[in-house]
Design a protein around this ligand. Structure first.
Ligand code: WTA
Length: 646
């Protein structure tokens, strides 16, 4: 038995002290199984509604769901005002820490004032309910304030991760029809200021729909200025009144759009709405992390530019009146103990992060966390990709001090909130498995025909009932919504795009994407998107991209390119040029780890590139079945291009 299988077979029973005080006990699954909609209605009751719903779920026109039909609420009021009204205004909402070490503390009362001012500023700039507002900011408090200000006035926010390029931003501005962009001069990244405004200037010059750009001063870098269009945040927001009356919006009022990679080059604008989304992010945050609002210090170490940040830095924690840590920078700046220093400084009790970071910490060595007092930690979470048992165990021992249960949470941008996860007071843990559908969630593993599988048989993960925080559509493209998620097994079964198996205990193991989407450091990147970027370069005729397994990042991007007849293969220079081209085109996260220039690509008789074979080459595996290849000598040509170690 390999070390990995041995670890995977180990069980970690629920510690008694955890079970004794857990928010959610074993009855939750049972209660939800008996009355799923009643269960979600109780979860929705944890929010404050301006008007109660008439019907929990309208699923009369699948896959278009309506949750809490007829209900009205204001999301920002639920996240901020109601806590202040209940006497918790002095509680810290965020301990924010900049990469250079500057800090800012925001209490719920201060957050309420800031959000109200920003909401008044948006109204002054003519932003109306339903309008789209793009947010392209570093991890600074204004990112959260802007999101909540949008929610408060019913505008739809569309946050673009600050690491994305001007082109990526431009296509998102266009697709969403944004009328305003909130950005900053720059942010701090790996010890240096990194500019953001130039990318916005570039993108907005191609987006006639954008009327204004509001700029937060963060790094004091010089910025180009377009009079009449550009406005400083401090001049526009700070002078506003801190009074703003939140209006109640329909439960199905759009809250935000978040773009994510799909199997085509065009990213999909995932649309989330208000009541159901807030219900599920708040409930899961409270249940999965066993959150105690009065005593916990919660830290989701992710960027607000991703769904993890939306649901578990902003909406879930705030709806639950949590005290959170928010950190601007990377784990190694200015030193490799930075995260542990923050845990020690703020007394973090719950840490939520991605396996890729854990594997990086493993590489750096256990002496680093051992140098800090991490004794406040009581619970750990993982998200973004399967956590391999070795990393799970290391996380548990060297960060969690052997006493912290780990919640391995499976979910997606599309699902909005946790879907498959152990629960701290309920589940005896199995390293490597996300284990159990959350109460009220129905997940199955099926074969290609939709027959349910068990006993470790590998199949596809599907969700067989709608859930409150589900995506409602792909922005502007209902057909693509139906085709992508709800057509493989009929209109009432959600196809997640992940391979999975269910073991004899009924625990679910996630096995990675089954489509052409890579998972690099927990970020979804489409192979097609990188391919089309490569072929857009004048030297490239054809490109095939695969995600090859990588010990640290989960997958690494490996590209095979065929050059145009007149292009010269200048070796390393060309490869560097192409790597930089992709980084500029899509963003540094999409920069290929490796690019191989080849003469031909392996294709099936129908002309489809055989990515599986290329993955084998990229991972130096024995080649798989090549019988459908048009010409199997192609593979020899490709292998000839590999370094001698291959
Ligand atoms: C993968 C991130 C295994 C999966 C919240 C999914 C996981 C994709 C896990 C969604 C996990 C996420 N175990 N795989 N615990 N969590 N994934 O949209 O392939 O950025 O489909 O959402 O990440 O990525 P997304």
């Amino acid at each position: 038995m390999s070390e990995s299988t041995e670890l995977a077979g180990r069980r970690f029973p629920v510690p008694e002290h955890v079970a004794a005080q857990a928010n959610v006990g074993p009855d939750a699954h049972e209660r939800a199984a008996q009355d799923r909609l009643g269960f979600w209605a109780e979860a929705a009751d944890r929010l404050t509604w301006a008007q109660r719903w008439d019907e929990v779920l309208d699923w009369s026109n699948p896959p278009f769901a309506k949750w809490f039909v007829g209900g009205k609420l204001n999301v920002a009021y639920n996240c901020v005002d109601r806590h202040v009204e209940a006497g918790h205004g002095e509680q810290v909402a965020y301990h924010w820490e900049g990469e250079p070490g500057d800090t800012r503390t925001l209490t719920y009362a201060q957050l309420k004032d800031e959000v109200s001012r920003a909401a008044n500023a948006l109204v002054e700039l003519g932003v109306q309910a339903g309008d789209r507002v793009a947010i392209y900011l570093p991890m600074i408090p204004e990112a959260v304030i802007s999101m909540l200000a949008c929610a408060r006035i019913g505008a739809v926010h569309m946050v673009v991760f600050g690491g994305f390029s001007a082109d990526a931003l431009a296509s998102r501005l266009e697709d969403s029809g944004a009328v305003l962009v909130i950005t900053s001069d720059g942010g701090y990244r790996r010890g240096a200021p990194s500019a953001l405004k130039p990318a916005v200037d570039d993108a907005v010059s191609r987006s006639p729909g954008v009327r204004n750009v509001v700029v937060v001063k963060r790094t004091e870098q010089d910025v180009e200025w377009t009079e009449g269009r550009d406005l400083w945040w401090h001049e526009t927001v700070d002078r506003q009144s801190a009074e703003h009356t939140p209006e109640a919006f329909d439960a199905e009022h759009p809250l935000y759009i978040m773009y994510t990679s799909g199997t085509t080059a065009k990213p999909k604008g995932i649309l989330h709405t208000s009541g159901g989304y807030l219900t599920q992010v708040a409930y899961t945050h409270w249940a999965t992390f066993d959150l105690k609002a009065d005593t916990d210090v919660f830290w989701t170490a992710a960027d607000v530019g991703w769904v993890t940040g939306h649901s578990y830095i902003v909406y879930g924690p705030l709806a639950n009146r949590a005290t959170s840590v928010m950190y601007e920078g990377t784990p190694e700046t200015p030193h490799r103990g930075r995260w542990f220093e923050l845990i020690q400084k703020y007394g973090v009790t719950i840490l939520y992060t991605a396996p890729t970071v854990i594997r990086t910490f493993m590489k750096w060595g256990e002496d680093i966390p051992a140098g800090f007092d991490l004794s406040t930690l009581r619970l750990l979470g993982s998200v973004g990709e399967p956590i391999n048992p070795e990393a799970w165990l290391w996380y548990q021992e060297h960060i969690g001090g052997g006493r912290c249960p780990i919640m391995d949470t499976w979910w997606q941008t599309e699902t909005g909130a946790h879907m498959i996860t152990p629960l701290p007071g309920v589940t005896s843990l199995k390293p490597g498995s996300a284990q159990t559908p959350f109460p009220g969630i129905s997940a199955k593993v099926v074969d290609d025909e939709g027959n349910e599988l068990g006993d470790d048989a590998t199949g596809l993960l599907v969700l067989t009932e709608p859930w409150p925080s589900m995506l409602r559509t792909i922005w502007g493209d209902d057909d693509r919504y139906v085709d992508t998620y709800w057509s493989r097994f009929g209109k009432e079964v959600y196809f997640a795009g992940d391979g999975a198996k269910k073991d004899a205990d009924g625990d679910i193991w996630l096995l990675g994407r089954v489509d052409d989407v890579m998972n690099v450091s927990g970020h979804r990147i489409s192979t097609t998107e990188v391919e089309s970027s490569l072929v857009a370069h004048p030297t490239v005729a054809e490109a095939a991209v695969v995600g090859a397994s990588d010990p640290t990042t989960g997958q690494g991007i490996v590209a095979f390119v065929i050059l145009r007849g007149n292009a010269e293969d200048s070796g390393d220079d060309l490869v560097q040029t192409l790597r930089n081209h992709v980084a500029k085109d899509i963003g540094p996260i999409a920069k290929p780890r490796q690019i191989m220039v080849v003469q031909e690509l392996p294709k099936t008789r129908s002309g489809k590139i055989m990515r599986r074979l290329l993955r084998d080459v990229a991972e130096n595996r024995e080649l798989g079945d090549v019988t459908t290849l048009t010409d199997d000598s192609v593979m020899n040509l490709i292998k000839d291009k590999l370094p001698a170690s291959a």
